[in-house]
Write a protein that binds this ligand. Structure first.
Ligand code: NI
Length: 218
């Protein structure tokens, strides 16, 4: 929820086995999709049935979702910014893959992305999506000065704790929230390991660990 009351959902996978029993199914004003993997596209077809909910995704996912009957989907591409509902949303690079799994084939999902959301009061939130470590995170830091960064730490499919700590050193956010860990056994990265590396590589960044369903206000 932004200062002006705009409710945003990023990667609506409500079927996540770690999600709380009581799920917030909206309505949402904006749904951001970082990439097309099932654990990120998630329940978007149920969540965004109303035209009052604007879905924002890369062009290829936009075309897919429009074809599935969603009424209000805005397509963008990496590097661009889009102003909507008092916010500025910038789609930024992520180093990952992106595809839509159907019964017996895989559909190209465009490039994976992250988002910088500039709030009404000028503060910025960066959600990295699924990504590996890359040096241009420092560009995102220089250009957008994120107050809060949400970074994956789970390892195997995304950055691990050590890489995520280096990402903090490049991005220089005020606060970091780790994500994308603990869901499957393969995601071995832990907040404890992340805290240790963060202390070494970016001790000035405040670590805020959230439990499923927990909320935090900035
Ligand atoms: Ni993914």
């Amino acid at each position: 929820m932004t200062p002006e009351g705009i409710k945003i959902l990023i990667d609506p996978w409500l079927d996540n086995p770690l999600a709380p029993e009581q799920k917030d199914i909206g309505p949402y004003d904006i749904v951001l999709i970082t990439h097309a993997h099932g654990d990120h596209l998630g329940n978007v077809l149920e969540i965004a049935r109303s035209a009052a909910t604007e879905v924002i995704a890369i062009h290829e996912i936009q075309q897919f979702l429009l074809a599935q009957g969603l009424p209000n989907v805005t397509g963008m591409n990496i590097g661009g910014s889009y102003r909507t509902k008092g916010l500025t949303i910038t789609m930024v690079q992520a180093v990952h893959s992106s595809s839509i799994q159907t019964n017996n084939s895989i559909i190209y999902g465009g490039d994976p992305a992250g988002f910088v959301v500039r709030l009404e009061d000028g503060r910025a939130i960066y959600h990295a999506g699924d990504t590996g470590l890359f040096y241009d995170l420092s560009l995102i830091g220089e250009l957008y000065h994120p107050d809060v960064a949400m970074l994956p730490i789970g390892d195997h499919y995304v950055m691990g704790p050590r890489e995520a700590a280096k990402a903090c050193a490049l991005l220089k956010p005020k606060v970091v929230i780790p994500m994308h860990y603990g869901t499957f056994p393969l995601l071995t990265g832990t907040p404890e390991a992340f805290a240790k590396y963060l202390q070494e590589m970016a001790p000035e960044v405040v670590l805020r660990v959230l439990n499923p369903g927990e909320s935090v206000q900035f």
